[in-house]
Design a binder for this molecule. Structure first.
Ligand SMILES: Cc1cc2nc3c(=O)[nH]c(=O)nc-3n(C[C@H](O)[C@H](O)[C@H](O)COP(=O)(O)OP(=O)(O)OC[C@H]3O[C@@H](n4cnc5c(N)ncnc54)[C@H](O)[C@@H]3O)c2cc1C
Length: 424
Protein backbone atom coordinates (compact mmCIF):
# COMPACT_ATOMS: atom_id res chain seq x y z
CA UNK A 1 0.00 0.00 0.00
CA UNK A 2 1.18 3.50 -0.90
CA UNK A 3 -0.40 6.65 0.56
CA UNK A 4 -0.48 9.55 -1.88
CA UNK A 5 -1.04 12.87 -0.19
CA UNK A 6 -2.43 15.65 -2.38
CA UNK A 7 -4.43 15.26 -5.59
CA UNK A 8 -2.84 18.07 -7.58
CA UNK A 9 -1.18 17.06 -10.84
CA UNK A 10 1.82 15.50 -9.09
CA UNK A 11 -0.27 13.32 -6.76
CA UNK A 12 -2.69 12.37 -9.54
CA UNK A 13 0.23 11.49 -11.78
CA UNK A 14 1.74 9.34 -9.03
CA UNK A 15 -1.56 7.44 -8.77
CA UNK A 16 -1.93 7.23 -12.57
CA UNK A 17 1.51 5.65 -12.97
CA UNK A 18 1.50 3.38 -9.91
CA UNK A 19 1.11 -0.38 -10.27
CA UNK A 20 0.45 -0.96 -6.56
CA UNK A 21 -2.50 -0.51 -4.26
CA UNK A 22 -2.82 3.10 -3.15
CA UNK A 23 -4.97 5.61 -1.28
CA UNK A 24 -5.10 9.27 -2.32
CA UNK A 25 -5.89 11.86 0.36
CA UNK A 26 -6.94 15.35 -0.76
CA UNK A 27 -7.83 18.18 1.60
CA UNK A 28 -9.85 20.11 -0.97
CA UNK A 29 -13.34 19.25 -2.24
CA UNK A 30 -11.98 18.97 -5.81
CA UNK A 31 -8.93 17.43 -7.42
CA UNK A 32 -6.33 19.49 -9.29
CA UNK A 33 -4.60 21.63 -6.65
CA UNK A 34 -3.37 24.69 -8.52
CA UNK A 35 -4.55 23.17 -11.78
CA UNK A 36 -8.22 23.94 -11.14
CA UNK A 37 -10.82 26.15 -12.69
CA UNK A 38 -13.87 27.74 -11.16
CA UNK A 39 -17.11 28.81 -12.82
CA UNK A 40 -18.38 32.18 -11.59
CA UNK A 41 -21.69 33.15 -13.18
CA UNK A 42 -20.68 31.55 -16.48
CA UNK A 43 -17.07 32.82 -16.46
CA UNK A 44 -14.48 30.06 -16.20
CA UNK A 45 -11.36 31.24 -14.38
CA UNK A 46 -8.26 29.17 -13.64
CA UNK A 47 -6.66 29.28 -10.22
CA UNK A 48 -4.00 31.61 -11.66
CA UNK A 49 -3.59 31.51 -15.44
CA UNK A 50 -2.30 28.19 -16.73
CA UNK A 51 -1.20 27.43 -20.26
CA UNK A 52 0.14 24.11 -21.47
CA UNK A 53 3.57 23.87 -23.02
CA UNK A 54 6.38 21.39 -22.63
CA UNK A 55 9.61 20.26 -24.18
CA UNK A 56 9.08 16.76 -22.87
CA UNK A 57 7.65 14.31 -25.45
CA UNK A 58 5.97 12.12 -22.82
CA UNK A 59 3.94 14.96 -21.28
CA UNK A 60 3.16 16.38 -24.71
CA UNK A 61 1.59 13.07 -25.71
CA UNK A 62 -0.15 12.75 -22.35
CA UNK A 63 -1.71 16.24 -22.63
CA UNK A 64 -3.01 15.37 -26.09
CA UNK A 65 -4.22 11.91 -25.09
CA UNK A 66 -6.03 13.23 -22.04
CA UNK A 67 -7.63 16.25 -23.66
CA UNK A 68 -8.02 15.02 -27.25
CA UNK A 69 -9.97 17.45 -29.41
CA UNK A 70 -10.70 19.62 -26.37
CA UNK A 71 -7.14 20.93 -26.74
CA UNK A 72 -6.40 23.78 -29.10
CA UNK A 73 -3.18 25.49 -30.08
CA UNK A 74 -2.53 29.19 -29.70
CA UNK A 75 0.27 31.56 -30.64
CA UNK A 76 1.26 33.67 -27.66
CA UNK A 77 0.26 37.34 -27.76
CA UNK A 78 1.87 38.79 -24.65
CA UNK A 79 2.93 42.37 -23.94
CA UNK A 80 4.72 44.43 -21.34
CA UNK A 81 2.89 47.59 -20.28
CA UNK A 82 5.25 50.49 -19.56
CA UNK A 83 5.56 54.19 -20.39
CA UNK A 84 1.82 54.16 -21.21
CA UNK A 85 2.44 51.82 -24.11
CA UNK A 86 2.50 48.11 -24.89
CA UNK A 87 5.81 46.47 -25.78
CA UNK A 88 5.39 43.05 -27.30
CA UNK A 89 7.01 40.12 -25.49
CA UNK A 90 9.89 39.24 -25.85
CA UNK A 91 10.72 42.81 -24.80
CA UNK A 92 14.25 42.96 -26.20
CA UNK A 93 13.06 41.98 -29.69
CA UNK A 94 10.22 44.53 -29.82
CA UNK A 95 11.52 47.86 -28.52
CA UNK A 96 9.96 49.96 -31.30
CA UNK A 97 7.09 51.59 -29.32
CA UNK A 98 9.52 52.99 -26.71
CA UNK A 99 11.13 56.46 -26.73
CA UNK A 100 14.43 56.62 -28.66
CA UNK A 101 16.60 57.21 -25.59
CA UNK A 102 15.27 54.06 -23.88
CA UNK A 103 15.73 51.97 -27.05
CA UNK A 104 19.31 53.20 -27.36
CA UNK A 105 20.04 52.54 -23.69
CA UNK A 106 18.70 48.99 -24.03
CA UNK A 107 20.71 48.21 -27.18
CA UNK A 108 23.90 49.83 -25.90
CA UNK A 109 23.47 47.93 -22.63
CA UNK A 110 23.54 44.63 -24.47
CA UNK A 111 26.66 45.67 -26.40
CA UNK A 112 28.41 46.76 -23.19
CA UNK A 113 27.15 44.00 -20.93
CA UNK A 114 29.65 42.71 -18.36
CA UNK A 115 31.42 39.48 -19.20
CA UNK A 116 31.88 38.38 -15.59
CA UNK A 117 30.28 35.15 -14.37
CA UNK A 118 27.05 36.06 -12.48
CA UNK A 119 26.84 34.92 -8.86
CA UNK A 120 23.18 35.81 -8.33
CA UNK A 121 20.02 36.63 -10.27
CA UNK A 122 20.61 40.41 -10.25
CA UNK A 123 24.04 39.93 -11.81
CA UNK A 124 22.59 37.39 -14.24
CA UNK A 125 20.16 40.02 -15.51
CA UNK A 126 22.97 42.55 -16.01
CA UNK A 127 25.31 40.08 -17.73
CA UNK A 128 22.60 38.58 -19.96
CA UNK A 129 20.38 41.56 -20.77
CA UNK A 130 22.64 44.54 -20.13
CA UNK A 131 22.08 47.64 -18.02
CA UNK A 132 19.26 49.24 -20.08
CA UNK A 133 16.90 46.26 -20.20
CA UNK A 134 17.76 45.55 -16.58
CA UNK A 135 16.84 49.08 -15.46
CA UNK A 136 13.69 49.56 -17.51
CA UNK A 137 12.16 46.09 -17.44
CA UNK A 138 13.88 43.06 -15.94
CA UNK A 139 14.79 44.44 -12.52
CA UNK A 140 11.49 46.25 -11.77
CA UNK A 141 9.41 43.36 -13.09
CA UNK A 142 11.32 40.70 -11.19
CA UNK A 143 11.39 42.74 -7.99
CA UNK A 144 7.65 43.06 -8.34
CA UNK A 145 6.86 39.41 -8.93
CA UNK A 146 9.35 37.84 -6.51
CA UNK A 147 9.12 40.38 -3.68
CA UNK A 148 12.62 39.29 -2.74
CA UNK A 149 16.04 40.89 -3.29
CA UNK A 150 17.29 39.72 -6.70
CA UNK A 151 20.89 39.68 -5.50
CA UNK A 152 19.88 37.06 -2.92
CA UNK A 153 18.46 34.69 -5.54
CA UNK A 154 20.46 32.06 -7.37
CA UNK A 155 20.26 31.40 -11.11
CA UNK A 156 19.68 27.63 -11.10
CA UNK A 157 16.00 28.01 -12.06
CA UNK A 158 16.42 30.30 -15.06
CA UNK A 159 17.73 27.99 -17.75
CA UNK A 160 15.37 27.99 -20.73
CA UNK A 161 12.82 30.30 -19.08
CA UNK A 162 14.03 33.77 -20.00
CA UNK A 163 14.80 34.44 -23.67
CA UNK A 164 18.19 36.07 -24.38
CA UNK A 165 18.56 38.84 -26.99
CA UNK A 166 21.01 39.28 -29.85
CA UNK A 167 21.97 42.82 -30.89
CA UNK A 168 20.80 42.26 -34.49
CA UNK A 169 17.39 41.08 -33.33
CA UNK A 170 17.13 44.08 -31.04
CA UNK A 171 18.01 46.58 -33.76
CA UNK A 172 15.41 45.08 -36.07
CA UNK A 173 12.76 45.12 -33.35
CA UNK A 174 13.63 48.70 -32.37
CA UNK A 175 12.71 50.09 -35.79
CA UNK A 176 9.58 48.16 -36.76
CA UNK A 177 7.25 45.42 -35.56
CA UNK A 178 8.72 41.95 -36.08
CA UNK A 179 7.18 38.53 -36.14
CA UNK A 180 9.96 37.28 -33.89
CA UNK A 181 8.66 34.79 -31.35
CA UNK A 182 10.81 32.73 -29.06
CA UNK A 183 10.84 31.21 -25.62
CA UNK A 184 9.27 27.94 -24.47
CA UNK A 185 5.64 29.13 -24.62
CA UNK A 186 5.61 30.98 -27.97
CA UNK A 187 3.06 28.36 -28.95
CA UNK A 188 0.88 26.84 -26.27
CA UNK A 189 -2.18 24.68 -25.79
CA UNK A 190 -5.28 25.30 -23.75
CA UNK A 191 -8.51 23.34 -23.27
CA UNK A 192 -11.41 24.70 -25.30
CA UNK A 193 -13.87 23.86 -22.56
CA UNK A 194 -13.53 23.59 -18.80
CA UNK A 195 -10.43 25.75 -18.32
CA UNK A 196 -7.16 24.19 -17.22
CA UNK A 197 -9.09 22.17 -14.63
CA UNK A 198 -10.16 19.93 -17.52
CA UNK A 199 -6.63 18.49 -17.52
CA UNK A 200 -6.70 17.46 -13.86
CA UNK A 201 -10.26 16.15 -14.21
CA UNK A 202 -9.22 13.93 -17.11
CA UNK A 203 -6.12 12.69 -15.31
CA UNK A 204 -8.25 11.88 -12.24
CA UNK A 205 -10.97 10.11 -14.23
CA UNK A 206 -10.19 6.58 -13.03
CA UNK A 207 -8.43 7.49 -9.79
CA UNK A 208 -10.35 7.12 -6.52
CA UNK A 209 -9.56 10.16 -4.35
CA UNK A 210 -10.67 10.73 -0.78
CA UNK A 211 -11.76 14.37 -1.01
CA UNK A 212 -12.10 16.72 1.99
CA UNK A 213 -9.55 14.50 3.69
CA UNK A 214 -6.61 16.25 5.30
CA UNK A 215 -3.36 14.53 6.22
CA UNK A 216 -2.32 15.83 9.63
CA UNK A 217 0.71 13.84 10.80
CA UNK A 218 3.38 11.44 9.54
CA UNK A 219 4.98 8.87 11.83
CA UNK A 220 7.74 6.90 10.13
CA UNK A 221 8.00 3.26 11.26
CA UNK A 222 10.62 0.57 10.66
CA UNK A 223 8.60 -0.84 7.74
CA UNK A 224 6.93 2.26 6.33
CA UNK A 225 5.00 5.27 7.54
CA UNK A 226 1.79 5.90 9.45
CA UNK A 227 -0.26 8.79 8.05
CA UNK A 228 -2.86 10.40 10.29
CA UNK A 229 -5.73 12.11 8.50
CA UNK A 230 -9.09 13.67 9.16
CA UNK A 231 -12.04 12.52 7.07
CA UNK A 232 -15.58 13.68 7.84
CA UNK A 233 -14.36 15.21 11.13
CA UNK A 234 -13.05 11.81 12.20
CA UNK A 235 -9.36 11.16 12.82
CA UNK A 236 -8.09 8.03 11.09
CA UNK A 237 -4.75 6.54 10.19
CA UNK A 238 -3.29 4.46 7.42
CA UNK A 239 -0.09 2.45 7.38
CA UNK A 240 1.78 2.19 4.11
CA UNK A 241 5.11 1.15 2.69
CA UNK A 242 5.73 4.76 1.60
CA UNK A 243 3.89 8.07 1.64
CA UNK A 244 4.21 10.07 -1.57
CA UNK A 245 3.66 13.69 -0.59
CA UNK A 246 3.04 16.76 -2.75
CA UNK A 247 2.52 18.96 0.31
CA UNK A 248 4.76 21.99 0.66
CA UNK A 249 8.04 20.94 2.28
CA UNK A 250 7.76 23.23 5.32
CA UNK A 251 4.31 21.78 6.07
CA UNK A 252 5.50 18.17 5.94
CA UNK A 253 8.35 18.83 8.33
CA UNK A 254 5.88 20.46 10.72
CA UNK A 255 3.80 17.28 10.60
CA UNK A 256 6.54 15.07 12.07
CA UNK A 257 7.92 14.40 15.57
CA UNK A 258 11.57 14.58 16.60
CA UNK A 259 12.83 16.35 13.51
CA UNK A 260 16.58 17.04 13.88
CA UNK A 261 17.48 20.72 14.32
CA UNK A 262 19.37 20.83 11.04
CA UNK A 263 16.30 19.65 9.10
CA UNK A 264 13.91 21.93 10.97
CA UNK A 265 16.20 24.88 10.33
CA UNK A 266 16.42 24.04 6.63
CA UNK A 267 12.60 23.90 6.44
CA UNK A 268 12.22 27.17 8.36
CA UNK A 269 14.62 28.84 5.93
CA UNK A 270 12.80 27.88 2.73
CA UNK A 271 11.58 31.01 0.97
CA UNK A 272 8.42 31.46 -1.08
CA UNK A 273 5.92 34.11 -2.01
CA UNK A 274 2.13 34.14 -2.04
CA UNK A 275 -0.48 35.24 -4.52
CA UNK A 276 -3.90 36.82 -4.65
CA UNK A 277 -5.76 36.21 -7.91
CA UNK A 278 -8.61 38.56 -8.67
CA UNK A 279 -11.15 37.32 -11.20
CA UNK A 280 -13.03 40.06 -13.00
CA UNK A 281 -15.94 39.71 -15.42
CA UNK A 282 -16.85 42.72 -17.56
CA UNK A 283 -20.04 43.13 -19.57
CA UNK A 284 -18.29 44.37 -22.72
CA UNK A 285 -16.91 42.15 -25.49
CA UNK A 286 -13.29 42.02 -26.70
CA UNK A 287 -11.63 44.45 -24.32
CA UNK A 288 -8.35 43.19 -25.80
CA UNK A 289 -7.04 40.58 -28.22
CA UNK A 290 -4.00 39.82 -26.01
CA UNK A 291 -3.40 36.70 -23.92
CA UNK A 292 -1.56 38.35 -21.07
CA UNK A 293 0.29 41.50 -19.98
CA UNK A 294 3.25 42.07 -17.66
CA UNK A 295 3.37 45.18 -15.47
CA UNK A 296 6.84 46.21 -14.21
CA UNK A 297 5.63 49.59 -12.90
CA UNK A 298 5.76 49.58 -9.10
CA UNK A 299 2.69 51.81 -8.61
CA UNK A 300 0.31 49.32 -10.21
CA UNK A 301 -0.73 46.58 -7.81
CA UNK A 302 -0.65 43.71 -10.32
CA UNK A 303 2.40 42.05 -11.83
CA UNK A 304 0.50 40.18 -14.55
CA UNK A 305 -2.96 40.15 -16.05
CA UNK A 306 -4.37 37.56 -18.39
CA UNK A 307 -7.55 37.32 -20.40
CA UNK A 308 -9.16 33.86 -20.23
CA UNK A 309 -11.61 34.81 -23.02
CA UNK A 310 -8.64 34.81 -25.42
CA UNK A 311 -7.40 31.42 -24.20
CA UNK A 312 -10.79 29.99 -25.13
CA UNK A 313 -14.01 31.78 -26.05
CA UNK A 314 -15.95 29.14 -24.10
CA UNK A 315 -14.57 30.51 -20.82
CA UNK A 316 -16.62 33.69 -21.06
CA UNK A 317 -20.32 34.50 -21.56
CA UNK A 318 -21.23 36.00 -24.93
CA UNK A 319 -20.75 39.76 -25.09
CA UNK A 320 -18.44 39.77 -22.04
CA UNK A 321 -14.72 39.85 -21.27
CA UNK A 322 -12.76 38.19 -18.50
CA UNK A 323 -9.67 39.39 -16.67
CA UNK A 324 -7.52 37.30 -14.33
CA UNK A 325 -5.27 39.50 -12.23
CA UNK A 326 -2.22 38.33 -10.27
CA UNK A 327 -0.86 40.16 -7.24
CA UNK A 328 2.10 38.50 -5.51
CA UNK A 329 2.91 39.32 -1.91
CA UNK A 330 5.27 38.22 0.79
CA UNK A 331 5.57 38.45 4.58
CA UNK A 332 2.28 40.28 5.09
CA UNK A 333 -1.45 39.67 5.11
CA UNK A 334 -3.48 40.86 2.13
CA UNK A 335 -6.94 42.25 2.71
CA UNK A 336 -8.93 40.77 -0.16
CA UNK A 337 -11.52 43.56 -0.31
CA UNK A 338 -8.81 46.24 -0.44
CA UNK A 339 -6.95 44.24 -3.07
CA UNK A 340 -10.04 43.95 -5.27
CA UNK A 341 -10.68 47.69 -4.95
CA UNK A 342 -7.11 48.61 -5.91
CA UNK A 343 -7.17 46.10 -8.79
CA UNK A 344 -10.29 47.74 -10.24
CA UNK A 345 -8.72 51.19 -9.80
CA UNK A 346 -5.56 50.10 -11.61
CA UNK A 347 -7.49 48.35 -14.37
CA UNK A 348 -9.21 51.70 -14.94
CA UNK A 349 -5.99 53.73 -14.77
CA UNK A 350 -4.46 51.49 -17.46
CA UNK A 351 -7.65 51.86 -19.56
CA UNK A 352 -8.43 48.16 -19.50
CA UNK A 353 -11.84 48.95 -18.05
CA UNK A 354 -13.77 52.19 -18.21
CA UNK A 355 -16.07 53.98 -15.79
CA UNK A 356 -19.13 52.91 -17.76
CA UNK A 357 -18.22 49.20 -17.71
CA UNK A 358 -20.51 46.92 -15.78
CA UNK A 359 -18.40 44.63 -13.58
CA UNK A 360 -20.45 41.46 -13.28
CA UNK A 361 -17.92 39.38 -11.32
CA UNK A 362 -15.11 40.36 -8.98
CA UNK A 363 -13.80 37.62 -6.70
CA UNK A 364 -10.43 37.05 -5.08
CA UNK A 365 -8.62 33.85 -4.11
CA UNK A 366 -5.56 33.76 -1.88
CA UNK A 367 -2.76 31.19 -2.39
CA UNK A 368 -0.28 30.88 0.44
CA UNK A 369 2.28 29.08 -1.73
CA UNK A 370 2.77 30.56 -5.20
CA UNK A 371 6.41 30.77 -6.28
CA UNK A 372 9.25 28.88 -4.66
CA UNK A 373 12.05 31.43 -4.29
CA UNK A 374 15.54 30.29 -5.21
CA UNK A 375 17.42 32.04 -2.45
CA UNK A 376 21.16 31.39 -2.25
CA UNK A 377 20.67 28.46 0.18
CA UNK A 378 17.82 26.86 -1.73
CA UNK A 379 19.69 23.82 -3.04
CA UNK A 380 21.38 23.00 0.27
CA UNK A 381 18.19 23.35 2.32
CA UNK A 382 16.09 21.31 -0.10
CA UNK A 383 18.65 18.51 -0.16
CA UNK A 384 18.80 18.31 3.65
CA UNK A 385 15.01 18.01 3.87
CA UNK A 386 14.65 15.67 0.92
CA UNK A 387 17.30 13.26 2.26
CA UNK A 388 15.60 13.23 5.66
CA UNK A 389 12.14 12.54 4.24
CA UNK A 390 13.29 9.80 1.88
CA UNK A 391 15.16 8.10 4.74
CA UNK A 392 11.87 8.17 6.67
CA UNK A 393 9.74 6.61 3.91
CA UNK A 394 8.22 9.87 2.66
CA UNK A 395 8.81 10.64 -1.00
CA UNK A 396 8.34 14.32 -1.82
CA UNK A 397 6.92 15.12 -5.27
CA UNK A 398 5.61 18.09 -7.22
CA UNK A 399 6.20 21.83 -7.25
CA UNK A 400 6.06 22.32 -3.50
CA UNK A 401 7.08 18.79 -2.48
CA UNK A 402 10.33 19.04 -4.41
CA UNK A 403 10.36 22.81 -3.80
CA UNK A 404 11.22 23.64 -7.40
CA UNK A 405 9.86 26.05 -10.00
CA UNK A 406 7.91 23.27 -11.70
CA UNK A 407 5.32 23.83 -14.36
CA UNK A 408 2.52 21.34 -14.91
CA UNK A 409 4.63 19.06 -17.09
CA UNK A 410 7.35 18.80 -14.44
CA UNK A 411 4.78 18.22 -11.68
CA UNK A 412 3.37 15.32 -13.69
CA UNK A 413 6.83 13.91 -14.40
CA UNK A 414 7.73 14.17 -10.73
CA UNK A 415 4.75 12.00 -9.70
CA UNK A 416 5.49 9.59 -12.54
CA UNK A 417 9.11 9.19 -11.52
CA UNK A 418 8.23 8.47 -7.89
CA UNK A 419 5.79 5.76 -8.95
CA UNK A 420 8.16 4.20 -11.44
CA UNK A 421 10.70 3.81 -8.65
CA UNK A 422 8.04 2.27 -6.40
CA UNK A 423 6.88 -0.07 -9.19
CA UNK A 424 10.32 -1.70 -9.39
C1 LIG B 1 0.77 31.82 -10.58
C2 LIG B 1 1.09 30.49 -11.19
C3 LIG B 1 0.97 30.33 -12.56
C4 LIG B 1 1.30 29.11 -13.15
N1 LIG B 1 1.18 28.98 -14.49
C5 LIG B 1 1.53 27.82 -15.08
C6 LIG B 1 1.43 27.69 -16.50
O1 LIG B 1 1.01 28.61 -17.20
N2 LIG B 1 1.80 26.50 -17.06
C7 LIG B 1 2.27 25.46 -16.31
O2 LIG B 1 2.59 24.40 -16.89
N3 LIG B 1 2.35 25.56 -14.96
C8 LIG B 1 2.00 26.71 -14.33
N4 LIG B 1 2.09 26.83 -12.97
C9 LIG B 1 2.61 25.69 -12.18
C10 LIG B 1 1.55 24.62 -11.88
O3 LIG B 1 0.44 25.19 -11.24
C11 LIG B 1 2.17 23.58 -10.94
O4 LIG B 1 3.37 23.09 -11.45
C12 LIG B 1 1.29 22.37 -10.66
O5 LIG B 1 -0.08 22.69 -10.64
C13 LIG B 1 1.75 21.81 -9.31
O6 LIG B 1 1.07 20.64 -9.01
P1 LIG B 1 1.40 19.87 -7.66
O7 LIG B 1 0.54 18.68 -7.63
O8 LIG B 1 2.86 19.71 -7.53
O9 LIG B 1 0.99 20.89 -6.47
P2 LIG B 1 -0.45 21.41 -6.03
O10 LIG B 1 -1.25 21.76 -7.21
O11 LIG B 1 -0.19 22.47 -5.01
O12 LIG B 1 -1.12 20.15 -5.33
C14 LIG B 1 -0.95 19.84 -3.98
C15 LIG B 1 -2.27 19.26 -3.47
O13 LIG B 1 -2.10 18.87 -2.10
C16 LIG B 1 -3.30 19.20 -1.40
N5 LIG B 1 -2.99 19.30 0.03
C17 LIG B 1 -2.27 20.26 0.67
N6 LIG B 1 -2.17 19.98 1.98
C18 LIG B 1 -2.84 18.81 2.18
C19 LIG B 1 -3.06 17.98 3.32
N7 LIG B 1 -2.57 18.31 4.53
N8 LIG B 1 -3.76 16.84 3.16
C20 LIG B 1 -4.24 16.48 1.94
N9 LIG B 1 -4.06 17.23 0.82
C21 LIG B 1 -3.36 18.37 0.95
C22 LIG B 1 -3.71 20.52 -2.02
O14 LIG B 1 -5.08 20.80 -1.76
C23 LIG B 1 -3.41 20.26 -3.49
O15 LIG B 1 -4.52 19.70 -4.15
C24 LIG B 1 1.75 28.02 -12.34
C25 LIG B 1 1.83 28.18 -10.96
C26 LIG B 1 1.51 29.40 -10.38
C27 LIG B 1 1.62 29.56 -8.90
Amino acid sequence: MITIVGAGLAGLSAAYHLNKEYTVLERDSKVGGLCQSINLDGYVFDYAPHILFTRNPYTKTLFHNLLGDNLHTQNRLAYIYMNDTYVKYPFEANLYPLPDDIKEECIQGVIDKPTTEPTNFYEWIQTTMGEGIARHYMVPYNEKIWKYPLNKMNTAWIKGRVPSPSVEEMRRGATAPTQMEYGPNAEFWYPKRGGIGALADRLAKDIPVKLRTEATWFTPTSDGVETLYVEDFEEKSIHSEKAVSSLPLPEVINMMDDVPDEVQKAADNLVYNSLVCVMVGVKRPNITDKHWLYFPEPDLIFNRISFPMNFSKYTTPEGCSSILVEVTYKDKEMNLEDTKRKVLEDLASTNLITESDEITVCEAIDFKYAYVIYDLNHNVNVKVINDYLVAHNIIPIGRYGEWEYYNMDKAILSGKQASETLNQ
